[in-house]
Design a protein around this ligand. Structure first.
Ligand code: AHR
Length: 504
């Protein structure tokens, strides 16, 4: 047994003196559950704030070390996550993006106004070739989101031809003229983003027809087969899923879902990323756990017309959405990232694992400098967030077989609200190792987890832990290592059982 990951938080040291809470867990190695699609550990990078520009693209002439304009430090950090898939160019930006403005010599590319995100002028220096170059550097699959809201079927059709055709055709030849001889492999293509909102304010019936129309022109060129992702629901909009499945299900491979955790539950005043009470900590984790019900309900609707689960649920935007950091551009969505964000990420992964039979991809919003980011940059400087460390610790679950669990845990209660004290998820990898991830949600109580390992006899246990001395602990450019994984010595094998002392 290896790779035990634990994610507790402490508020104050003094609060850890109470007797540990007893938690019992059964990990069943036999029979196994479904495979955890590695794309559940996917990412999302939009032309928004400093995600693409500065976060990824600095240009070839930048003093920041780069390879063909893409910064080396960020690529090196992301490579350690085994980043499987990267969604681009948006987001809301996707439905006003016209891809032909982002190819050819950069000095000749037209500019545009990024109306959604700060009204800044976008110079289109990061376009199709640069994105595909980034994906190749990362070893990640590209997931391109096409423009339904303000683009035409012709524009979408031509983009796919430009990317994936090896014919002696005008668009493939244009690609060759721009420096890329062979077509790229492109498997994931989104037909619009948030078409119920920033992507066109459509009703589901109207979008379903538009999806059918646009998707018709997304062609499979020889050697390339596209997995077509339709714009799915906003959080609890179950009617959207029902209508899409009924009117367009036959043409859909993946249906997206967007659900953000807003700590206060109020979009106008979401709450600070770093200054919060224990009530807000609890509320944030509770709202994160709503992902379970939201996925279960959308999945049940999909089951009505797709009981075989042919269509995947693609949670292509998720994460915590805080108020922006004071003094930063409100349109840039720059926020800090604490131990609270790390726990929320881990809880989301446990839910995605639990629904691995339906959830085939998830893309956290967003990779760098925007929302719940992995990496924050300040010009040439770069730090890793607590959420980055969760992605790194949890990468052992990518492509592994989920194992069934039976968990009996007390609750963590604040006022009249309660959430489970401990959350767990386990998988077995191709090498036969079992990975168990545990989250202690309570910043004040230790959990004593007694775990029966049914169907396998572990030879040894090792683990790492991510914790800190405060709920709001985070990494800064001055103190970049405040929250980072440490070896965990609180797990031991005892007469065939695994005993874990999981700190507050
Ligand atoms: O991730 C930020 C924005 O959130 C995306 O552009 C949009 O799709 C969603 O509303």
């Amino acid at each position: 047994l290896a790779g035990l990951a634990a994610l507790p938080a402490t508020m104050t040291i003094a609060q850890q003196t109470a007797a540990p809470e007893e938690v019992s867990l059964i990990v069943k190695a036999d029979p196994p559950g479904p495979v955890i699609n590695r794309n559940i550990y996917g990412h999302f990078a939009e032309h928004l704030g400093r995600c693409i520009y500065e976060g990824i693209w600095v240009g070839e002439d930048s003093p920041i070390p780069n390879t063909r304009g893409i910064r080396n430090d960020v690529v090196a950090a992301l490579k350690k996550l085994n980043l499987p898939v990267l969604r681009w160019p948006g987001g809301c930006f996707a439905d006003e993006y016209h891809w032909k403005n982002g190819i050819g010599p950069r000095s000749q590319r037209p500019s545009m106004i990024n109306t959604h995100w700060g009204g800044v002028v976008e110079n289109n220096h990061f376009g199709t070739h640069e994105f595909m170059d980034l994906c190749e550097m990362l070893g990640a699959e590209p997931y391109v989101c096409g423009n339904v809201g303000s683009g035409s079927p012709e524009e979408m059709m031509e983009w796919v031809e430009y990317l994936t055709s090896d014919a002696d055709s005008p668009l493939a030849n244009l690609r060759r003229k721009n420096g890329r001889d062979k077509p790229w492999a492109l498997h994931y293509f989104g037909v619009g983003n948030e078409s119920w909102g920033c992507g066109g304010n459509m009703r589901p019936e109207f979008y379903a027809d538009n999806y059918r129309r646009y998707n018709t022109f997304v062609k499979n060129y020889p050697g390339n087969r596209i997995y077509r992702i339709a714009c799915g629901a906003n959080s609890e909009d179950y009617n959207w899923t029902e209508v899409l499945m009924n009117l367009a299900g036959r043409q859909i491979n993946g249906l997206s879902l967007h659900y953000y955790t807003v700590p206060s539950g109020n979009w106008r005043n979401k709450g600070s990323a770093t200054r919060f009470t224990e009530e807000e900590w609890h509320a944030t984790l509770r709202r994160t756990l709503r992902m379970e019900e939201i996925i279960a309900k959308h999945s049940a609707i999909m089951d009505k017309t797709d009981p075989q689960k042919r269509i995947g649920l693609v949670v292509d935007e998720w994460g915590i959405w805080h108020d922006v950091e004071p003094g930063t551009n409100p349109g840039f969505l720059y926020q800090q990232n604490t131990l609270r964000d790390a726990l929320a990420a881990a809880l989301n992964f446990h839910i995605f694992h639990q629904h691995a039979d339906r959830v085939v991809m998830a893309n956290i919003a967003q990779t760098i400098n925007v929302l719940q980011a992995m990496v924050l940059t300040d010009k040439g400087k770069m730090i890793l967030t607590p959420t980055y460390h969760v992605f790194e610790m949890y990468k052992v679950h990518q492509g592994a077989t989920r194992l069934p669990l039976e968990l009996t845990t007390p609750d963590y209660v604040r006022g009249d609200q309660r959430i489970p004290l401990v959350s767990a998820s386990a998988s077995r990898d191709a090498g036969g190792r079992v990975h168990l991830s545990l989250v202690n949600t309570d910043p004040g109580r230790t959990a004593a987890v007694s775990c029966e390992l049914r169907g396998f006899a572990p030879a040894r246990v090792t683990g790492r832990i991510l914790t800190a001395g405060a709920m709001n602990a985070h990494n800064t450019f001055e103190a970049p290592a405040t929250v980072q994984p440490q070896p965990f010595t609180g797990a031991a094998l005892d007469a065939g059982r695994l005993k874990v002392a999981l700190p507050a």
